[in-house]
Design a protein around this ligand. Structure first.
Ligand code: TPP
Ligand code: MG
Length: 595
């Protein structure tokens, strides 16, 4: 039997589970694992500048490509605690990442050793498994189980904590006969699908709410096929956005309190039946449940049994992987159609026309010529500059909310967003992880000024490892979303990011000179102050990116105060700006305005 250190066995298993890349930051307690990676030679490594950055890079890497599992590695103590935020946002969005930490030697764990912290206990609520491996011979099993759990059922992260002496201990292990454990995914039965289809067929104004589970299951094509077979409009959730292209005739818009369309909310409220697939009725999607559920019948399909009924009791629940369910939905719907079972689906033309009409008429205005620039105009210019191949990456803020209201997404995994956790600072490292996962697809990241400043050091990672992408930075010198929410408290308190920068009078009180910082970190950067300069700046950024192969920041100086549409209920989203009345008001909207 081959003998090797437990760390060598761990690396051998990573290789056999398909891992070719890790994100991390070494320290003394994880050096044996790094030594094993070096001996193996088959895993590339991106050195983060902050360990939290490594965890978000791993998330970006997983989210970008079907089947990917991002791995982040750090030492004992603060490295693990830094990565907790990545574990949280991964678990909240059902994203598998594997977090590997070093640890003090086993015999010293209870002695308050240097950088010894019970990271497994800290990570437990955020992971599908969090284990400090105390026996070297358990290391292979721990890794095998980790991959099994990350891929089975509702995907999510795992943490494996490896004490220094455990990593170095020699064990018997045969990598050649290692076999990944089978993956478990529940699948809907025919009887369940028949019943749900009967309910859909009986509805007059049905919609499908398409969640991120469809993207996780790589089932976007099946969603489109099913929606077309049953002629039913689709309302994607924020995590499901891109599952159906924005220019599809059945795309009905997103519903929600913030990241939503006026027509999406109106269509949801006009519906009488909702088939939710791979979604979790997130509170910023539903708003108040009384408004959301009144007068509607619900079927909920989810891979995680305990999600059914968690937020409200559906009329019918099915435990299934979204892909498995959609495959059967397509099969049964097609059979029913072919069998010519009369009009088993009622004529939907009036309902579809109504949804289309709402989409064509209930647009928000984007075309403003103001200086300082109004944010809506930025997204209009992004729609012009960036085509359907673009992968957007963002986290939270007015910037993210407005982006979801105005940008267009045409493909699954092309809207990469820390939807539930929304950690500031996520955007830059996540975008870098996305670039590593798929260097051939153009990546455009979007940050508010504070999100950008939060983990700005990670830009150096993009410069060092030649990970080119465009970072659109919308600068209002404000914690804009919090400023807007403080209106309810009648205050503007501790949310200003503006100051007179003694080194950069040209930023005119907007505080940080982002262009200088980005350049100092090895990136290229442009600043834009007028609406007519936005598109040329994007075009220039594309050229700079191709020439220098580094991140290119396009900073857009915004007006300081712009309130973005949002509300507390689906039926009372507040509009702060003029709505679009003519085509010229929303020239890049996908559906032409009806004049
Ligand atoms: C770690 C963390 N702390 C606090 C928040 C709360 N928060 C959400 S958005 C926001 C302000 C973001 O400002 P900015 O990035 O400039 O975006 P803007 O809203 O101005 O577009 C804050 C503080 C958060 N999401 N994450
Ligand atoms: Mg801001």
């Amino acid at each position: 039997m081959p003998r090797m250190t437990a760390a060598d066995a761990a690396v051998a298993i990573l290789r056999r589970e398909g891992i070719t890349h890790v994100f991390g930051l070494p320290g003394a307690a994880i050096n044996p694992f790094y030594a094993a990676m070096r001996r193996d030679g088959g895993i590339t490594h991106t050195l983060a500048r902050h360990v939290e950055g490594a965890s978000h890079m791993a998330e970006g890497y997983t989210r970008a490509r079907s089947g990917n599992i991002g791995v982040c590695v750090g030492t004992s103590g603060p490295a693990g605690t830094d990565m907790v935020t990545g574990l949280y946002s991964a678990s909240a969005d059902s994203i598998p990442i594997l977090c590997i930490t070093g640890q003090a030697p086993v015999a010293r764990l209870h002695k308050e050793d240097f950088q010894a912290v019970d990271i497994a206990a800290i990570a437990r609520p955020l992971t599908k498994m969090a284990m400090t491996v105390l026996e070297p011979a358990q290391v292979p099993g721990a890794f095998q189980q980790a991959f099994h759990l990350m891929r089975s059922g509702r995907p999510g992260p795992v943490l494996i904590d490896l004490p220094f002496d455990v990593q170095l201990a020699e064990i018997d292990f045969d990598p050649d006969t290692y076999q990944p454990l089978p993956v478990y995914k529940p699948a809907a039965t025919r009887a369940q699908v028949e019943k749900a289809l009967d309910m859909l067929a009986a509805a007059e104004r049905p919609i499908i709410v398409a969640g991120g589970g469809i993207i996780n299951a790589d089932a976007a094509d099946l969603l489109a096929e099913f929606a077309e077979l049953v002629d039913t409009p689709v309302v994607p959730t924020l995590m499901g956005w891109g599952a159906l292209p924005d220019d599809h005739r059945l795309m009905a818009g997103m519903a929600g309190l913030q990241t939503s369309h006026r027509y999406g909310n109106a269509t949801l409220l006009a519906s009488d039946f909702v088939l939710g697939i791979g979604n979790r009725w997130a509170n910023r999607h539903t708003g108040g449940l009384a408004t959301y559920t009144a007068g509607r019948t619900f079927v909920h399909v989810d891979i995680e049994p305990t999600q059914i009924g968690r937020v409200f009791a559906p009329d019918y629940g099915i435990v299934s992987d979204a892909g498995a369910a959609l495959k059967l939905f397509v099969e049964v719907a097609r059979q029913r159609r072919q069998a010519g079972r009369g009009a088993w689906v009622a004529d939907r033309s009036a309902w579809l026309a109504e949804c289309q009409h709402r989409r064509a008429t209930m647009q928000r205005r984007t075309h403003f010529d103001h200086v300082p620039i109004k944010p809506q105009r930025v997204y209009e210019e992004m729609n012009r500059a960036f085509g359907p191949e673009t992968r957007y990456v963002t986290t939270i803020g007015l910037s993210q909310i407005a982006a979801a209201q105005f940008l267009h997404v045409y493909r699954p995994r092309h809207w990469i967003n820390a939807g539930q956790a929304g950690p500031l600072g996520w955007t830059t490292p996540a975008a870098l992880g996305v670039c590593v996962a798929d260097p051939d697809t153009p990546v455009v990241a979007l940050s508010g000024d504070y999100d950008f400043q939060f983990m700005i050091e990670e830009l150096a990672v993009g410069a060092q490892f030649n990970l080119p992408y465009i970072h659109v930075l919308v600068n209002n010198a404000y914690l804009g979303l919090i400023r807007q929410s403080q209106r309810g408290f009648d205050m503007d308190y501790c949310v200003q990011l503006s100051f007179d920068n003694v080194n950069a009078p040209e930023v005119e009180g907007y505080g940080v000179d982002h262009v200088k910082v980005a350049e100092g970190l090895g990136c290229k950067a442009l600043r834009v102050t007028g609406p007519g300069e936005i598109l040329p700046a994007f075009e220039k950024a594309k050229k700079l990116m191709a020439e220098y192969r580094v991140p290119v920041v396009v900073e857009i100086i915004l007006e300081r105060v712009t309130n973005i549409s949002m509300g507390t209920e689906l039926d009372n989203v507040v509009e702060f700006e003029d709505l679009a009345a003519r085509r010229e008001d929303a020239p890049t909207a996908v559906v032409a305005m009806l004049d």
